[in-house]
Write a protein that binds this ligand. Structure first.
Ligand code: ZN
Length: 467
């Protein structure tokens, strides 16, 4: 205790008296903001992103943001699909801004399926439970809290810091806020670098930090319909040519084939880093496939892991089917939906030809299902992006490697990347091996991971803005 000033001791006494002794500066405010956001249902069926956007606007204004620093927008025909954009002006008007991006909407969650109410924030056993605790209200709350902290401390960043919290990323709303901003108000969000939702960090089964990821680029989403038609007839006199059998045969052939290994600079960097983390036979296979993507033995070994299998190629999988029109009739029509996640730079037509070749039956029609895929351009992981990230990660999480990765799924990043605004999936939310049950039941996040991510992202935003 020696050496403490009277003033500091008094201040600590006040903090202790208020019962907030364990909290970092502003942590209680962050917890309140996060709780309010989780408990504001923003799913497409019954939720309201506009309400959440207004709640955040109120907090930003209370922290000192002026109306001119904020933009609230909701499409007139969808008044609950609102978004909020905010800015903190930088000192160098010529320097490109830093944009902090997250989505407010969440995947549907049915109370009867969940153990706890998905729209009540429950803290239990070191975890926060609730829909959006991880995807993506963790980052949305951290961005809003970071903007509040920056304003309160009177920060004068070199580059303007912008924040956009949008609605419609999860696809339930017939509107996408990030896409709308790119098309209609690009100057609100234009930036030299965008920090968006990412894969975060990975913990092992014992809670030890294994690696931290940075996502650069993502796959493109495209569905294909397989369809077989047939004259049909009375089911009492079957014939060999049957629409259901033909479709089933095509699906079996597709299940037994795989697209060729495809790699880019990001996935080569991923497997090179992962080779050191994994070591042994797996590590050797990773090095081998980087050196030669046609190495079939390495491909066979690595592809046993679903994440690595997807990182190595375009994937296509049957997700729905429907066939026949009556129990007592030979089927006149049989259809299946094939959902493909296309590796960056691979044309849709190439993927169609892969499916056509795999099933090798001209009577099975293969057609892309609208809407046409939006090809996602992968941003370059330059030293200007990697520098501040690896430096801060080294300080906060010493010894934990930063691993570049390609997102196997889609995010709003594609709209910005395609508009020439380089967008990366960056966060330090260290998740359990179950990936926090994102999109699933009983979504949760470790309380400590969330608080670490809060410090990490706040410091990282400042570091980029100072460049
Ligand atoms: Zn998300």
């Amino acid at each position: 205790m020696r050496g403490w000033s009277k003033g500091l001791a008094a201040a600590i006494g006040m903090v202790l008296a208020s019962g907030a002794m364990a909290a970092a500066p502003g942590e209680q405010g962050f917890r309140d903001l996060y709780k309010e956001l989780i408990e504001t249902n923003t799913s497409a069926s019954a939720g309201d992103c506009t309400k959440a956007a207004n709640q955040i606007a109120a907090r930003l204004k209370a922290a000192g943001y002026k109306d001119a620093d904020l933009h609230l927008y909701a499409p007139p025909e969808l008044p609950k699909a609102g978004l909020i954009v905010a800015k903190l002006d930088g000192t160098d008007a010529k320097a490109k801004a830093v944009l902090l991006l997250a989505h407010l909407d969440v995947v549907e969650a049915k109370r009867e399926d969940w153990t706890r109410d998905p729209f009540t924030l429950v803290e239990e056993g070191g975890y926060f439970y609730g829909r959006g605790t991880s995807d993506d209200k963790a980052q949305a709350a951290i961005w809003a809290d970071s903007m509040i902290r920056l304003k309160q401390e009177g920060a004068k960043p070199k580059r303007t810091i912008k924040m956009a919290l949008t609605c419609g990323e999860e696809g339930g709303f017939p509107f996408n806020g990030a896409e709308w901003l790119v098309d209609h108000q690009k100057e609100w969000i234009d930036a030299g670098v965008v920090l968006n939702e990412g894969r975060g960090g990975e913990l092992d089964a014992n809670g030890k930090k294994v690696l931290l990821t940075v996502e650069a680029g993502e796959k493109t989403y495209q569905d294909f319909q397989l369809e077989v038609t047939n004259p049909g007839g009375h089911s009492s006199q079957p014939v060999p040519d049957n629409a259901i059998y033909r479709l089933a045969t095509a699906l079996v052939k597709l299940s037994q084939s795989d697209t060729p290994v495809t790699m880019n600079e990001v996935t080569k960097a991923y497997f090179t880093k992962m080779a050191d983390i994994q070591g042994g036979e797996i590590g050797r296979a990773m090095k081998a496939i980087v050196a030669n993507p046609k190495d079939t033995a390495a491909n066979a070994l690595l592809s046993q892991n679903k994440g690595w299998h997807a990182q190595l190629r375009t994937t296509c999988v049957a997700t729905m089917s429907d066939a026949g029109h009556a129990r007592n009739a030979l089927p006149q029509r049989a259809r299946a939906n094939i959902n493909c996640r296309i590796f960056p730079g691979v044309p849709v037509e190439t993927v169609k030809q892969y499916i056509v070749a795999a099933i090798a039956d001209p009577q099975v029609a293969v057609t892309p299902v609208p809407p046409a895929a939006v090809e996602a351009h992968a941003p370059e992981l330059t030293p200007a992006v990697m520098g501040p990230l690896t430096k801060l990660a080294g300080e906060m999480f010493p010894g934990v490697p930063v691993v570049p990765t390609l997102a196997n799924w889609g995010t709003d990043g594609r709209f910005l990347n395609n508009a020439g605004i380089p967008t990366f999936g960056i966060d330090a939310l260290f998740r359990d091996p179950d990936f926090s049950n994102v999109h699933g039941l009983n979504e949760r996040v470790r309380v400590q991971s969330l608080l670490d991510d809060r410090e990490f992202l706040y410091k990282l935003a400042k570091a980029y803005a100072a460049e």
